[in-house]
Ligand binder design. Structure first.
Ligand SMILES: Nc1ncnc2c1ncn2[C@@H]1O[C@H](COP(=O)(O)OP(=O)(O)O)[C@@H](O)[C@H]1O
Ligand SMILES: [Mg+2]
Length: 356
């Protein structure tokens, strides 16, 4: 998959941007506050309907502008499609080819991106939800039905929680519990398939980024080992009726990162945490490329995240995924471009992006 054209209007510092992108590396270079991260953020918004910097899209609307627009042409298997998103007056409208919709859900999965930025370290130091998201987007790249399965599960979970809160009788809870169990088991099975490959790839990636202390990744799927989810839910029901919500199932999955039995976030230095987080994201991108097809990689200021020696290793790993990359840097020389046969350089200054 490849993003061949990108247009951005009224997005933070970016006034009006129109770019033709290379299939390999696109390196965006410019001074601080020029609009580099904003450009990646705009692509992320087109891909996922939300920013990686802020929960509120309205914050990204350029001051004194009435709204923001992001459009992109996606090419896959000889098929081309324009995607578009407009945020204006607190409303999001999207287009995908001839289809139109309100809200971003129509865009889901059409442009698959993995982003690596200063916040990526949250994969190591952040709450379990950060890692769950990595896993579920990873699975989704490989099994597109995963997203729908999640939505169905969440609906059932909302119902079940509402009934628990109201103190509903066990016979009212039973059908929802069974629905949750069936959907939840399927979600977990998909995750485990993906995780077994991802863990192997992560080991390889970290070895080439190393040396690092031995990291262990353990998955607690969200309910007791060796037991069906239906049974686990039934067993937990009395306690969860007291609690008023359900904490048994794939929504409670945790990926535990440990070094010698201690949480990685407490043992590893800040630099090591950044490296592991980068490795986790790169491994996810590699699995996507291997099990399905390459995603688009957005890489914000790699030179700031890594020392020069590791930059070269990281760039090689990124290139090896065969993914299209949009990367940013303050200086072109700081980003190893040599691994890409097709590379294009762009300059950004005060919100204006142009081919170099
Ligand atoms: N909604 C907005 N409207 C206009 N400018 C904005 C908005 N949000 C942030 N900015 C400005 O954008 C600039 C930061 O852009 P950014 O993409 O982070 O730069 P870079 O990554 O190149 O350092 C800052 O000058 C900031 O004040
Ligand atoms: Mg930046």
């Amino acid at each position: 998959m490849r993003l061949s054209e990108l247009q951005v209007r009224g997005f933070r510092v970016l006034r009006e941007v129109s770019l033709a992108l290379a299939p390999g590396l696109n390196l965006v270079v410019g001074p601080n506050a020029a609009g580099k991260t904003s450009l990646l953020e705009a692509v992320h918004v087109l891909a996922r309907g939300r920013s990686f910097r802020t929960p509120s899209l309205d914050e990204a609307v350029r001051r004194e502008a009435s709204g923001l627009l992001v459009r992109g042409q996606v090419e896959e298997d000889g098929h081309r499609e324009w995607l578009g998103l407009v945020r204006s007056g607190g409303v999001t409208e999207v287009r995908a080819g001839p289809a139109r919709g309100r809200g971003a859900s129509l865009l889901a999965g059409r442009l698959r991106v993995t982003v690596i930025h200063a916040g990526t370290v949250a994969l190591v130091e952040g709450p379990p939800a950060e890692r769950r998201q990595l896993v579920d987007w990873g699975v989704f790249h490989v099994e597109p039905g995963h997203l729908q399965a999640w939505r169905r599960y969440r609906r059932a979970l909302r119902q079940y929680n509402a009934l628990l809160r109201q103190g509903a009788a066990p016979r009212e809870l039973r059908p929802w519990r069974l629905a949750l169990a069936a959907a939840g088991e399927a979600l977990d099975a998909a995750r485990q398939r993906w995780l077994s490959r991802w863990q192997t790839v992560l080991g390889e990636v970290l070895t080439s980024l190393g040396p690092l202390p031995p990291l262990r990744v353990g998955c607690q799927r969200g309910w007791a080992r060796g037991r069906g989810l239906a049974d686990a839910l039934e067993e937990a029901q009395a306690a969860e009726r007291q609690l008023g919500f359900c904490r048994t199932g794939p929504h409670a999955m945790e990926l535990r990162l440990t070094v010698d039995g201690q949480p990685a976030r407490r043992v590893l230095s800040r630099g090591q945490q950044k490296l592991v987080a980068l490795g986790m994201a790169v491994a996810a991108a590699r699995v996507a490329a291997e099990m399905a097809r390459p995603a688009l990689l957005l890489v914000d200021d790699l030179p700031a995240e890594l020392d020069p020696g590791r930059r070269i290793q990281a760039a090689r790993l990124l290139a090896d995924t065969g993914s299209q990359v949009i990367a940013t840097a303050v200086e072109a020389g700081a980003f190893p471009m040599a691994f890409w046969p097709s590379a294009r350089l762009f300059h950004v200054e005060r919100g204006d992006v142009r081919p170099a």
